[in-house]
Design a protein around this ligand. Structure first.
Ligand code: HEM
Length: 466
């Protein structure tokens, strides 16, 4: 099937157009914000607060909470804009349930524009976001998730079979390799070995692009130099491969039977008549890749780290993996949830206000950003008894009170891949603990890596076949 009339076939031109458009879109068009009446916060220069929030969040969030109480304000670059944090569950509810026309989430992700593209679910707001979410949702519902499970299990089994026995390794690295394979095979649905081999390094370079490169990427004159030139070239090559895959998939003879996310998205559009264009499919696929790969790998690495420190919990997890039944899965699910509670992969979610809004009785002006602190929500003693302990029992057989466990955010912007991540996580834990004994090597602590918090030393473990 040919491309739609208005879509150029020159993929290099499409990539270039995206860089140009997203350069302009990244601009800050909101008015300056008056800090009068906002909750208290540090008086340090905005640059210092920005660095503290981005680089030292594991210390900064709890410190802010202790010093200023349940709501506090930090000021960030550019222009010293306020970001007001709310840490109580009832206040998180007010934000998550807020009118999506007023509580915009896309603005905060503008820096990802050149890579993800303007059609990305993460960057859109209002009606555009609603439409994209509606088109993507069916590929992430319960029925679809069950369809992905077998392939995820196979990939996990194959990965674990290659782990070196008795030789410590960084579980985060292995999990990253595995979740990347899951995205390529289960989400993109790529099966051709040559194309997989070409995609892997380019996808890796895209995922690893540093915030420093992203931040200055919006100056087109820099595209000819050093790291920006390499990043641009990598994007051009990745886009070429992705467009080739998308175009071939539209005409694949087995399209109707395929269960991968890309094929589902193509079919969904054909059925509803609201067809996602190639450029939209590319943007959504890159978004799923960036949002779904390292996040899930990190949650899994932390789970291994915690289980490998406690032989009793490990034995219980092995018994659950062997059981292959609903009770066993409930335990694996609880392990993953507790791991994400104790080690939130993402520290906060934010919304920028398009109109003045009262939240928790505070009048917050237009242009300010608000958000629940996931880090604080998960470690408040009134939400979790002995919050510092790793205890999967907390989640066994029951859900935590609303908005006390928010690793996937909430409301209309709640992570669309939450069910996918849980399905994948449980399948991977099952395959790991069916096959090996895991012992953690040394201790670890969270470290900021782009937007995620990863184990600084890679959650090192040693395994022996059972
Ligand atoms: C443990 C793994 C994961 C964690 C901790 C995580 C966390 C999050 C969080 C906190 C958000 C923002 C929610 C908000 O603003 O309220 C989000 C959004 C998103 N996530 Fe995930 N995620 C994970 C896995 C995945 C996976 C596997 C995928 C896809 C395959 C995915 C795709 C997305 C997308 C597309 C969005 C944007 C949703 C929207 O704006 O409507 N994530 N995720």
């Amino acid at each position: 099937m040919a491309l739609l009339d208005h879509e150029p076939t020159d993929t290099r031109a499409l990539t270039q157009q995206r860089f140009e458009r997203m350069t302009l879109a990244g601009g800050d068009s909101l008015p300056a914000v008056d800090l009068e009446g906002l909750p208290p916060g540090p008086r340090w220069p905005a640059a210092v607060q920005t660095v503290a929030l981005l680089r030292f969040r594991h210390w900064f969030h709890p410190w802010l909470h202790r010093k200023y109480g349940d709501t506090y304000t930090v000021r960030l670059l550019p222009k010293g804009r306020p970001l007001v944090f709310f840490t109580r569950p009832e206040h998180a509810k007010e934000i998550f349930a807020g009118d999506p026309e007023v509580f915009h989430a896309g603005k905060g992700n503008a820096i990802l524009g050149p890579v993800m593209g303007e059609h990305s679910l993460l960057l859109q707001d209002g009606g555009d976001h609603k439409r994209a979410r509606k088109l993507l949702m069916p590929a992430f519902n319960g029925h679809a998730l069950r369809g992905y499970q077998e392939l995820v299990t196979e990939l996990a089994r194959d990965e674990v079979a290659h782990w070196p026995a008795g030789c410590p390794f960084r579980s985060l690295d292995r999990m990253n390799t595995l979740t990347l394979e899951v995205i390529l095979r289960v989400v993109f649905g790529v099966t051709d070995e040559k194309r997989l081999a070409a995609l892997r390094p380019r996808v890796n370079r895209t995922v690893n692009v540093s915030p420093a490169v992203l931040m200055v990427w919006t100056f087109p004159t820099l595209h000819r130099f050093g790291p920006w030139k390499a990043a641009v070239q990598n994007q051009v090559e990745l886009d070429e491969l992705m467009y080739a895959e998308i175009r071939e998939r539209r005409t694949a003879p087995d399209l109707a039977d395929r269960t991968d996310v890309l094929s589902r998205l193509i079919r969904e559009g054909e059925e509803t008549g609201d067809r996602l264009r190639d450029i939209e499919l590319r943007d959504q696929l890159v978004t799923l890749l960036l949002a779904g790969h390292e996040t899930t790998a990190t949650a899994l690495a932390w789970a291994l780290y915690e289980l490998g420190r406690d032989p009793e919990l490990m034995r219980r997890t092995q018994a659950a993996a062997d059981a292959m039944d609903a009770d066993g899965d409930a335990w694996l699910d609880a392990v993953l949830k507790e791991s994400m509670r104790l080690h939130p992969v993402i520290p906060m979610v934010v919304r920028t206000l398009m109109k003045p809004q009262a939240i928790a009785g505070v009048d917050v002006p237009r242009g300010a950003t608000v958000g629940p602190s996931i880090l604080v929500a998960h470690s408040r003693e009134d939400n979790y008894e002995h919050p510092e302990r790793f205890d999967p029992e907390r989640f066994l057989g029951h859900n935590p009170p609303t908005n006390t466990w928010i690793p996937f955010g909430g409301g209309v912007r709640r992570c669309i891949g939450a069910g996918f991540a849980m399905m994948e996580g449980v399948a991977v834990l099952r395959e790991v603990f069916k096959a090996v004994d895991v012992t953690t090597v040394g201790t670890d602590e969270p470290q900021v890596r782009n937007i995620t918090s990863v184990p600084r030393f890679g959650a090192r473990v040693e395994v022996t076949p059972r």
